[in-house]
Design a protein around this ligand. Structure first.
Ligand SMILES: [Ca+2]
Ligand SMILES: [Ca+2]
Ligand SMILES: [Ca+2]
Length: 219
């Protein structure tokens, strides 16, 4: 009986050691798989955030471009050319066409970069959304009148165009100095529009997307 008990104890001891080894080996095999899956999801989330930012930017710059194309741009012909740039432009917005006379009614409008409500140009994140000094693109209809109305075209616009800083230098080497995340420049008979938007990713950081568009200024 005594020997039998000793064997039983020894067998149990081996079983426990074998189980511990098996768990250890399993953990060693599983860890890289888990790490790979985590890395895979991380890459997937980053790609998804980049895709969202790209879509957001494309929609925004399409809206800006369409607004500019449909406007009267005579006032832009005399704008000083690049390297001058503008974070807003005034245009004439077509608001009505008379059925009887075919006369066109134009009203002044402005499309412009503004800091987000609650955000100030002070290098701090005043509205606690993780972005510093971020802005938006706004169209102001009936600009300069008591009936002026604002319409937001795009939010979370970067304060400066991608790669640029507010340091009196052309950091992103595009010929413009300290240009905003929305900026317009005239190059001959063309108006060039640049836009950088921010989108949050899963890690709490931001993805930047920048696009440009060119519109002919009518003669
Ligand atoms: Ca701020
Ligand atoms: Ca902010
Ligand atoms: Ca620049």
């Amino acid at each position: 009986m005594h020997r039998t008990d000793e064997r039983t104890v020894a067998q149990r001891g081996r079983t426990i050691i074998e189980m511990a080894l098996a768990v250890s080996i399993l953990a060693t095999m599983t860890l890289p798989v888990a790490m790979a899956e985590d890395t895979g999801f991380s890459v997937f989330r980053e790609v998804a955030a980049q895709s969202t930012a790209t879509t957001k930017n494309r929609r925004a710059i399409d809206k800006i471009t369409n607004f500019v194309i449909s406007a009267g741009l005579d006032g832009l012909k005399t704008l000083p050319e690049s390297p001058y740039w503008y974070d807003g432009i005034k245009v004439d917005n077509l608001v009505a066409v008379s059925k009887e006379t075919a006369n066109l009614t134009w009203r002044a409008a402005k499309i412009v970069f503004q800091y987000e409500p609650g955000e100030r140009n002070d290098g701090k994140d005043n509205d606690n959304d993780g972005m510093i000094d971020e802005g938006r693109v706004v169209v102001i209809q009936d600009y300069g009148t008591l009936g002026a109305r604002e319409m937001v075209i795009c939010s979370n616009v970067s304060e400066y165009l991608e790669g640029e800083k507010g340091n009196s230098a052309d950091d992103n080497k595009n010929g413009l100095v300290d240009e905003k995340g929305l900026c317009f420049t005239r190059v001959g008979d063309k108006l060039v529009i640049h836009l950088t938007v921010l989108s949050k990713n899963e890690e709490g950081g931001f993805v930047k997307r920048t696009m440009s568009s060119t519109v002919g200024i009518r003669n």
